[in-house]
Design a protein around this ligand. Structure first.
Ligand code: HEM
Length: 350
């Protein structure tokens, strides 16, 4: 049976209301991403400082948890679509859009900062709704019949992406370690950062660092595009999903730190800036978006590295089981580091 015949066969399986419901389910991550800022808004509307636990507290907690589950939902649907070995145009499109929905937290920060820099009269939520509405339409009109060529990434590009990541790990470990030190207070954080800046902000290192990060976004984007033209297992889904998030996070974070704060507004990019002082991250209507943005940012960057290490270990003869054990430990460690940094940014001190 040819690929086209397989698609035609699957078309005959999906007819009537079942086909419509199936399509809607695969596009649901786009609807979830569209709802993301409104869930954050609902949290802010119902959460009050010093609130006695009540029905309103429960609504606030549910709204925040729902917002934070948008990336996970995108991964689940992308994983389900990845089980289809020879996808239709609609299924490939829905899967790629599900991966993009994983990065809703950094994209929403980018909308907020970017539109502010442009002096746009259009609100971030309005522009967001329009963009995801168009994405929904783009997904919905994907054809069920067209057969697609399944691409495979160029092996040399994979090696290059991994080698550059191995260099960038040095910065990531220092940078996240620096934020962990925030548990000891802003002064200690500043002392460690001042030391780090003598290296990563030097005239030689900073352009190389930014260049390497942008190279990772371009090469990673190409790999993700090729990997999502066909099916993929759970590891591939996590690798692509975390990669899409990290790419969006880096663009957003560099725009906030280097362009908006340092170059345009002249704001010192210190602990106070990162933690949204004096309002704080949690109770401010704008800053609340930084909580999922930072939390998932730390988790996904570390998970992405662990997933890459798993492939390297397996290709060097380590058993799949042992490499899986390393990944499970790495994922638990990544979550712990992410929670700890968020706690420190919210004022927890040792
Ligand atoms: C909770 C998460 C994070 C927070 C709060 C945070 C905060 C900051 C701060 C305060 C700066 C300014 C540094 C300075 O002025 O010296 C900065 C810069 C930067 N951050 Fe992060 N960061 C986080 C996660 C990450 C991650 C996961 C990456 C991954 C690559 C990253 C990459 C960078 C880069 C490349 C710079 C620019 C460095 C430069 O000044 O040249 N950050 N970040």
């Amino acid at each position: 049976m040819t690929v086209t015949e397989a698609h035609l066969r699957s078309d005959t399986r999906r007819t009537g209301w079942r086909a419509g419901a199936g399509r809607f389910a695969f596009l649901a991550p786009i609807a979830a991403a569209l709802a993301y800022p409104y869930l954050l808004k609902a949290f802010h509307a119902f959460a009050k400082v010093g609130q006695v636990p009540s029905g309103e507290t429960l609504v606030a907690v549910i709204a925040l948890l729902a917002a934070c589950s948008v990336p996970t939902f995108g991964l689940l649907v992308a994983g389900r679509l990845g089980r289809i070995a020879t996808p239709t145009e609609f299924e490939v499109r829905a899967r790629r859009l599900a991966f993009i929905s994983v990065a809703a937290p950094p994209f929403f920060v980018l909308f907020g900062v970017g539109l502010g820099l442009l002096g746009s009269p259009v609100r971030d939520r309005t522009a967001w709704t329009l963009c995801w509405g168009l994405a929904l339409l783009f997904g919905a009109i994907g054809s069920d019949r067209k057969s697609l060529a399944v691409g495979r990434p160029v092996p040399r590009l994979r090696v290059f992406h991994g080698a550059m990541a191995a260099i960038l790990v040095l910065f990531v470990v220092f940078h996240l370690g620096n934020h962990l030190v925030g548990l000891a207070g802003p002064e200690t954080h500043a002392r460690v950062m001042d030391f780090g800046r003598t290296v990563y902000r030097s005239g030689v290192v900073e352009p190389i660092l930014i260049g390497l990060l942008l190279t990772q976004i371009v090469t990673g984007g190409r790999l993700a595009w090729d990997w999502t033209s066909g099916g993929g297992d759970i590891f591939r889904t996590l690798q692509v999903g975390s990669g899409v998030y990290v790419g969006a996070f880096i663009i957003t974070h560099l725009n906030s730190a280097l362009i908006s704060a340092r170059a345009i507004r002249g704001i010192p990019t210190n602990w106070a800036w990162a933690s949204g002082a004096p309002e704080g991250l949690l109770m401010d209507a704008w800053n609340i978006r930084l909580v999922p943005h930072y939390g998932f940012g730390v988790f996904f960057v570390l998970l992405h590295l662990c997933l890459g290490l798993r492939i390297v270990l397996i290709s060097h003869g380590v058993s799949v089981r042992a490499a899986g054990g390393m990944l499970a430990l790495g994922a638990a460690g990544s979550a712990t580091v992410a929670f700890t940094i968020i706690a420190a940014l919210m004022g927890v001190r040792l």
